[in-house]
Design a protein around this ligand. Structure first.
Ligand SMILES: Nc1ncnc2c1ncn2[C@@H]1O[C@H](COP(=O)(O)OP(=O)(O)OP(=O)(O)O)[C@@H](O)[C@H]1O
Ligand SMILES: [Mg+2]
Length: 390
């Protein structure tokens, strides 16, 4: 097991494509870290630099305290699972998992080596037997962990996508690496299988407690799997935080909009001061600035800001249950019943927004309704820097 450190790491591809910029992160020993961000933001490049599959243009990467910038991938003690797991089609599951161990040189214990006239032959035979026993032990142990004991004699074409995925992970487990790297390993699976494998990988991490770095563009995977999440955009880290910290206190508009489904609603507003009473004013609603916000908001009087409100913080049962809530009046355009809740797609002035309301709330398309707002959960952002003010 190992800590992984990236210091001022950057990657410039030919043609001056700056894929990763000044990446700084310490991943603790045994931590499950998820890197998430839209396509092209540099996730795979970062992971491949840790693996040694991509050269680093600037900075330092350490694994277990050792600088690995110039260490070959095979000597980094890492194992990587890709999106297309590329199993050997003509080998059984057992041989797919055993293969990398067979390729390795077996280190026999010196004191067990015989001396004498037939020693080389006897030692060769004994070492081979011990190596095979060790491989067998590791493959069966990995198969137990992943629940694929019954599949060991099958070939990949006789496996489902999820089972193949497990074999690909098994191939890594047998090597007992210091760090596991995953690059979108579940994106070839159907939705149901993805959810199942997601919990299996989390369970695997709980069991092995090996450092894991997991790349995905799916924010739900990131939120459900990571001890901490790294949100990236255009090769730059936007925020590193636990899932709840990221959700409750996003650093900027990008993180706020990227994490959470349906996404956070944003409104253009202006801060107004009416004789010392601060208010948040859009072209369609006015909300009083809560007392606790006054100091942070006061410097922005007269400026345009971005008001952020998650769908579950407007019109939801907990929002409506507040005593004397502030409200927004909006027109219902689309109603989506989800069973446990209902999504209302609404219009307030020119702005569209989504509310997650009680499924039993009686309303129809075209209605104008008042929705309670949870001001203690709302945010204000500076639209120029995109950073969060509240
Ligand atoms: N070999 C390469 N040569 C030049 N540019 C590259 C190369 N590989 C990647 N890039 C560019 O670097 C940027 C980051 O790519 P990367 O593959 O790391 O993104 P990603 O976050 O993994 O995206 P995705 O979610 O689509 O897999 C992109 O703009 C990509 O076009
Ligand atoms: Mg990628």
């Amino acid at each position: 097991m190992a800590q992984v450190t990236l210091e001022h790491v950057g990657k410039v591809y030919p043609g001056d494509v700056r894929a990763v910029k000044d990446f700084n992160l310490t991943i603790e020993d045994g931590e499950f870290i998820v890197m998430v961000g839209p396509s092209g933001c540099g996730k795979s490049t970062t992971l491949r630099m840790v693996a040694g599959l991509e050269e680093i243009s600037e900075g330092t990467i350490k694994i277990g305290g050792r600088i690995v910038n110039d260490v070959l991938p095979k000597d980094r003690n890492i194992a990587m699972v890709f999106q297309n797991y590329a199993l050997y089609p003509d080998k059984t599951v057992y041989e797919n998992m055993a293969f990398c161990l067979r390729m390795r040189k077996y280190q026999p214990e010196d004191d067990k080596q015989r001396k004498g006239p037939f020693a080389p032959l006897i030692n060769w035979w004994r070492n081979r037997r011990e190596k095979n026993a060790e491989i067998d032990r590791r493959v069966r142990e990995a198969a137990d962990i992943l629940g694929i004991q019954d599949l060991l004699d099958r070939r990949p074409k006789a496996l489902s996508g999820g089972q193949r995925q497990r074999v690909a992970v098994g191939r890594c487990i047998v090597r007992n690496p210091a760090v596991f790297l995953f690059d979108e390993p579940l994106s070839n699976l159907d939705a149901k299988m993805r959810v199942q494998m997601r919990t299996e990988i989390s369970r695997l991490h709980n069991k092995l407690r090996t450092t894991m770095i997991y790349v995905t563009h799916d924010q739900t995977e990131a939120m459900t799997m990571g001890d901490r999440i790294v949100v990236m955009k255009d090769g730059v880290i936007q925020q590193v935080a636990t899932p709840s910290e990221l959700y409750d206190n996003p650093n900027n508009i990008f993180v706020a909009g990227f994490i959470g489904t349906p996404p956070m609603n944003f409104f253009d507003v202006e801060i107004q001061d009416d004789n010392g009473n601060l208010s948040i004013k859009s072209d369609a609603f006015t909300l009083k600035v809560p007392q606790e916000w006054t100091n942070a908001v006061a410097p922005h009087v007269g400026r345009r800001l971005t008001f952020g409100l998650r769908p579950e913080h407007v019109g939801s049962p907990s929002a409506e249950a507040q005593s004397h809530p502030q409200t927004i009046a909006a027109d219902i355009e689309v109603i989506e019943p989800m069973g446990s809740e209902t999504y209302l797609y609404m219009k307030v002035g020119d702005a569209g927004f989504i509310a997650r309301v009680d499924p039993h709330r009686v309303c129809s398309v075209g209605d104008k309704i008042d929705l309670a707002v949870m001001m203690d959960k709302a945010h204000l952002f500076n639209p120029e820097t995109t950073e969060r003010i509240i």
